[in-house]
Write a protein of this length. Structure first.
Length: 197
């Protein structure tokens, strides 16, 4: 596998290095040693799959509050997605900036999403399946997110109108930097809290 840093600290594109023969190809898709060599956590404790029958489906933008240190490795295994990472780590020069990558069944690339970076995607093909590997256990009480089309972030999506979106994702309020940073500080100050590192 080949790990290419992206424009947000700790974010990376993980490309397969294929060993091809008459059977097809074989490739390593994750490796703790190679990820840690790039200062990325690779000890995945959970894996999940999302299947999305309709083009234009939006999932996200999601993240976990501290004390979670959840990082994700996200790969499209069928269909295609427009994948978005939004940096919500105050104090970094990339705070409130985002980037997007195209993940699909042909390139088989994955994106590494570090803690404190919100993640979401929009399907750009019907019958799309996405595989997630996480470095921390999902904790519903720590789940949060921001609205996919919040004007505070100016994210440009390939399909302007979501064809399918969960009510929770569609109903996140407008982002308030002051309220967000106050809540993050409150959670970081709690026992076992701490910032994302």
């Amino acid at each position: 596998m080949k790990i290419e840093p992206l424009g947000l600290p700790g974010a990376a594109l993980v490309r397969l290095e294929r060993l091809q023969d008459e059977r097809g190809f074989f490739a390593r898709s994750a490796c703790v040693r190679e990820l840690s060599g790039q200062n990325l956590r690779g000890e995945f404790v959970q894996s999940s799959i999302s299947w999305n029958p309709r083009r234009g489906t939006v999932r996200g933008l999601h993240l976990q509050w501290p004390p979670s240190r959840e990082a994700k490795l996200v790969r499209c295994v069928r269909g295609a997605i427009h994948d978005v990472l939004l940096d919500l780590r105050p104090g970094l020069p990339t705070y409130m900036s985002h980037l997007s990558v195209a993940l699909d069944q042909d390139n088989r690339d994955a994106v590494y999403v570090p803690p404190g970076v919100a993640h979401g995607f929009q399907t750009v093909a019907d019958q799309t399946e996405v595989l997630y590997q996480m470095t921390d256990f999902y904790a519903p009480e720590l789940a949060t997110g921001v609205r996919w089309n919040d004007p505070a972030f100016g994210i440009r999506w390939p399909i302007a109108q979501a064809s399918v979106i969960a009510a929770r994702d569609a109903d996140y309020p407008d982002f308030s930097r002051t309220a967000y940073e106050a809540e993050l500080s409150r959670r970081a100050a709690a026992p076992g809290g701490g910032w994302w590192t």
